[in-house]
Design a protein around this ligand. Structure first.
Ligand SMILES: Cc1ncc(COP(=O)(O)O)c(C=O)c1O
Length: 546
């Protein structure tokens, strides 16, 4: 008998609970090996157990014979080909695909459970929380062998937009790419008078992540730095108006460490001065301001899905917008600068692929190869999108845990307010904190370096508030960059001195005295209590030393 994968055979099987062989139906899932053994999955008459994702219901129509059964992919069965009495039918290709995928995913789940790391005391500042569903999604994407952006990406972009209540979301291969894409898109000729031009100014802050500022420089724009507030670590909105000049066209800042900036005031000023607002929402997915999610206020917002962030896809990011023209421009810049908006692997979405006359190209030049912008390729693969999808489902749980961990740390660290400035949520906001920032107050018993070293020695990870005062970074000193600080004239970054840095006193303070510790969802209550215990030990020992 010639038995193939997908055949339904009647075979003699030995079942653990029965003393004798029994004839049963099996779905064959391998070819016979050198000894004639095959792997099959038993078809049971029972209804599927709803608690087990590995028990799959098979209904009429899924095979070429009428069958109503359930298949347990978690119980592969070895049968010799001589024990197969008859081939009764064959399952359809789509159903076979589903069963084989489930079988592979079951094996991956076993691997994940068996090898997931055990408990060891260390409290990293950030990390990813993955489970078997993320692995299963990655495997699903592998089995598709599509490789580039495909069905998982389409679904992720749609679900992300729905989640945020925005019209459009476009994935990018990092948060930094999302920032580059957002700013580049605003230089498009398609925006007419509102496009950003060489020398136009964009208001931002110096105490933040470098790639919020880099795209301004890369697009020959001039960053105008204002200071931040201590405690919230966000843009000091009282300094924005004095920094606005005739050349100011946009405001681009992040919700620092997940704490929303004062969106009421920022939106008011952007309206008043007709400025683009780009929200760097990379560290704040899940945070709300006036009960509305951050990332939904700006003309464009950006996100990061690097492992430290609120959800991950390894490397990844996104831009979101409600503006259909910006969406088309963003897509063009992301996808090589092309004019065509077909998804990878698709043709003729515009229904006139060979009917365009653009630039000085000949009439009917293939729209797929018409470029309306000097663009990039910033797309993601379907593996990234597949993990993004399963992570997105966990966002509410992750947000809850981040908030609980914040509350627990806050409560415990209140005892040390003589030594630290504790973080302060912006009024009317509910942050999903990225980390727990602490600024060491002037005191006689320790400095930031002392506490950071102590925590690191105790395997409690610490991080800086990113670039500190960015203007002091080598990148700004080694390259002549145009910039302004608050209401200063145009400055050259290589000629900055103490008096300039002192125009941003809080950014300097953050550089000298601020650090943050972790509260990500992989940290449990016991770990937080241990962290608090180590703070207590440190302060007690320092007090005893004086
Ligand atoms: C505020 C902010 N913007 C942008 C980024 C860049 O994101 P990515 O690492 O995905 O490039 C980060 C990274 O942590 C960030 O904190």
């Amino acid at each position: 008998m010639d038995i193939n994968i997908g055949d339904i055979v009647l075979g003699d099987v030995a079942l653990a609970h029965l003393p004798h062989l029994k004839q049963s139906l099996l779905l064959i899932i391998t070819k016979p090996d050198g000894y004639g053994n095959l792997l099959g999955l038993l078809l049971n008459a029972h209804q599927p157990d709803s608690n087990s994702p590995w028990k799959i219901r098979m209904s009429d129509g899924e095979a070429d014979i009428p069958l109503n059964a359930s298949i347990s992919v978690s119980y592969p069965y070895i049968i010799h080909k001589t024990s197969c009495r008859a081939i009764q039918g064959k399952v359809k290709k789509e159903f076979l695909d589903y069963i084989l995928r489930s079988f592979v995913k079951f094996s991956a789940d076993v691997h994940f459970e068996a090898l997931s790391p055990g408990d060891s005391f260390a409290v990293p500042p950030s990390g990813k929380v993955l489970d078997g569903k993320d692995l299963a999604n990655m495997i699903d994407a592998s089995l598709d062998m599509w490789l580039t952006s495909g069905r998982f990406n389409d679904e992720f972009e749609e679900k992300l937009a729905v989640h945020l209540g925005m019209k459009y979301a476009l994935t990018t291969n990092s948060g930094s790419s999302a920032n580059l894409l957002a700013i580049s898109s605003l230089t498009s000729h398609q925006l007419g008078e509102r496009k950003l031009k060489d020398g136009d100014e964009v208001i931002t802050v110096a105490a933040g992540f470098p790639t919020t500022v880099s795209p301004l420089i890369q697009n020959r724009l001039v960053p105008v730095f204002v200071d931040i507030e201590l405690g919230t670590y966000n843009i000091d909105v009282s300094q924005i108006e004095e920094a606005i000049s005739k050349k100011t066209k946009a405001l681009f800042v992040a919700h620092t460490l997940g704490n929303p900036f004062n969106l009421d005031r920022v939106m008011e000023l952007c309206d008043k001065y007709n400025l683009w607002l780009i929200e760097d929402n990379c560290d704040a997915f899940g945070s709300t301001y006036q009960n509305r999610q951050t990332g939904t206020f700006g003309h464009i917002s950006t996100m990061s899905f690097y492992p430290a962030h609120h959800i991950t896809m390894g490397e990844g990011g996104a831009v979101v917008t409600n503006d259909s023209s910006l969406y088309r421009i963003l897509m063009s810049f992301r996808d090589w600068g092309r004019d065509c908006w077909c998804r990878p692997g698709k043709d003729n979405s515009c229904s006139k692929r060979f009917g365009w006359k653009l630039g000085s190209l000949p009439e009917g030049y293939d729209h797929k190869y018409i470029y309306s912008h000097i663009g990039y390729n910033l797309k993601i693969t379907d593996w990234q999108a597949a993990i993004g999808l399963s992570q997105l489902e966990k966002l509410p749980l992750f947000t809850k845990r981040r908030r609980e961990n914040f509350r627990l740390l806050y409560k415990g660290l209140q005892a040390f307010e003589d030594y630290f400035i504790l973080p302060r949520a912006t009024e009317r906001s509910n942050p999903s904190w990225f980390g727990f920032p602490l600024t060491v107050k002037k005191n006689k018993i320790f400095s930031k370096i002392d506490i950071v070293n102590f925590l690191e020695d105790s395997r409690i990870g610490t991080r800086q508030l990113f670039a500190g005062n960015m203007l002091r970074q080598p990148a700004f000193i080694q390259t002549p960059l145009r910039l302004r600080i608050r209401n200063s004239p145009l400055l050259n970054s290589q000629r900055l001195s103490g008096k300039h840095y002192r125009m941003l006193p809080n950014s300097d303070t953050v550089m000298k005295n601020t650090f943050w510790i972790g509260l990500w969802p992989g940290i449990n209550r016991n770990a937080i209590l241990s962290v608090l215990g180590r703070f207590d030990d440190f302060i007690k020992s320092r007090k005893a030393d004086v």
